[in-house]
Ligand binder design. Structure first.
Ligand SMILES: C[S@@+](CC[C@H](N)C(=O)[O-])C[C@H]1O[C@@H](n2cnc3c(N)ncnc32)[C@H](O)[C@@H]1O
Length: 190
């Protein structure tokens, strides 16, 4: 990750945040309620302003929000205070092989943040019975929108190969409104 990338995200969050990006994943998480844990540790990668981590904290999990933007994480603390929950935030460059503790998390989420190098560490970070939740835009999205650019998108079907050791419980690639989303919820066997 370049210093420019960090500055870009800090600027974006200082200006207005990512309002369009953040609502829809949260709505989808609500649909997954039955499959998500209610205790243990939760980790949201590329957490932005922390809405997903707050959602986990509200469910009773010890929620961690990791992101490279300190501006976003400051906002996350503010939102958590308003919501009456505690968040653990970590300002970290996830391109630099962060130490995700093995066998720790009841849930790890990765929503609209793409770093394929983290896939093995995410799988290893789940405790038995833990779940990973992924939602990322797919390359067909470029048919309707030039942003995000291809480097932030996955190919349709790509998520099928990400976690062969886990049991896939939810998978969807397709249009949701004007966005082409690739979604997965997969579980480590208990
Ligand atoms: C598109 S936003 C998604 C935010 C949130 N997950 C959501 O769905 O609303 C991508 C997030 O990834 C973070 N990010 C980008 N590159 C990163 C890196 N190398 N390490 C950690 N976070 C990064 C950005 O700061 C930003 O908050």
């Amino acid at each position: 990750m370049s210093a420019e990338e960090k500055a870009k995200w800090n600027r974006r969050y200082a200006e207005s945040g990512t309002q369009n990006l953040r609502r829809e994943p949260k709505a989808w998480l609500g649909e997954l309620a039955e499959l998500l844990p209610r205790s243990g540790a939760a980790l949201d990668l590329g957490a932005g302003e922390g809405q997903t981590a707050i959602f986990f904290a509200q469910r009773g999990l010890d929620a961690e929000a990791w992101d490279l933007s300190e501006v976003a994480l400051r906002k996350a603390h503010g939102l958590a205070r308003q919501a009456g929950v505690t968040l653990w935030t970590r300002c970290v460059d996830l391109d630099e092989a962060p130490d995700i503790e093995p066998d720790k998390y009841a849930v790890i989420s990765c929503l609209h943040f793409l770093n394929r190098a983290l896939i093995p560490a995410i799988a290893a970070g789940l405790r038995p019975g833990g779940v990973v939740v992924v939602e990322i835009l797919g390359t067909p999205n470029l048919e309707r929108s030039a942003q995000p650019s291809r480097r932030y998108l996955v190919e349709p079907g790509e998520l099928d190969g990400w976690f062969p050791q886990l049991e896939t419980l939810v998978r969807y690639d397709g249009w949701v409104g004007e966005r082409y989303v690739c979604r997965m919820l997969a579980r480590r066997r208990a």
